[in-house]
Design a protein around this ligand. Structure first.
Ligand code: HEC
Length: 169
């Protein structure tokens, strides 16, 4: 489970998680905070489930190329089971582009936050990652991940879904 905090905002509970799952939280009436804290465990669980459920819908777009789940296999794209915490470019048996593989060999391990930054423009992300590592010479060619997901909420939700299939809990 994630560490999470909940805050009572006007009529609803909002949860925020560390890192990419951090959500627009505004603490309204301070005196309500104590009440919010008492039910935080429950409401956090709910909010997270909702994100992942929405993320499952978003993931349908990814399923053109990716599979996820205990029996999932590589397809057009690498299997995404356990992607959070996995080194980039290391799904067994998948023929990655050099740039995706090179990023992993130079320290890219997928976290929620990094996938959040990756999805809007995978190629630009990998190039920047390698360049920042002083490996501009490897930041050439393009990734085979020819898909971009710009919408912030959709990215948060799909990552919550990916997280369900990761072992790093
Ligand atoms: C049109 C096909 C396609 C779609 C749609 C697609 N991907 Fe990919 N994705 C790929 C391919 C192919 C790769 C391997 C990239 C490479 O080798 O450069 C990849 C790589 C990845 C990686 C890096 C995997 C690793 O092991 O390093 C992640 C993370 C990822 N995709 C997430 C997603 C998510 C999340 C979605 C949906 C929002 C999505 N992809 C949609 C084809 C796709």
């Amino acid at each position: 489970m994630h560490n999470c905090q909940c805050v009572l905002t006007s009529l609803r509970f909002r949860c925020c998680f560390p890192g990419p799952k951090e959500i627009n939280v505004v603490a309204k009436p301070l005196k309500m905070f104590a009440i919010a804290a008492t039910v935080s465990a429950l409401s956090c669980g709910l909010a997270q489930a909702q994100d992942a459920a929405k993320g499952e819908m978003v993931f349908k777009q990814c399923m053109t190329c990716h599979r996820i789940g205990p029996d999932a296999k590589n397809a057009v794209g690498p299997v995404l089971t356990g992607i959070i915490g996995r080194q980039s470019g290391t799904a067994a048996g998948f023929a990655y582009s050099p740039i995706n593989k090179a990023a992993g060999e130079n320290g890219l391990v997928w976290s929620n936050e990094l996938i959040m930054q990756y999805l809007p423009d995978p190629n630009a992300f990998l190039k920047k990652f390698l360049t920042d590592k002083g490996k501009a010479d490897l930041a050439t060619g393009s990734t085979k991940m020819a898909f971009k997901l710009a919408d912030e909420q959709a990215r948060k939700d799909v990552i919550a879904y990916l997280d369900k299939f990761s072992e790093k809990k």
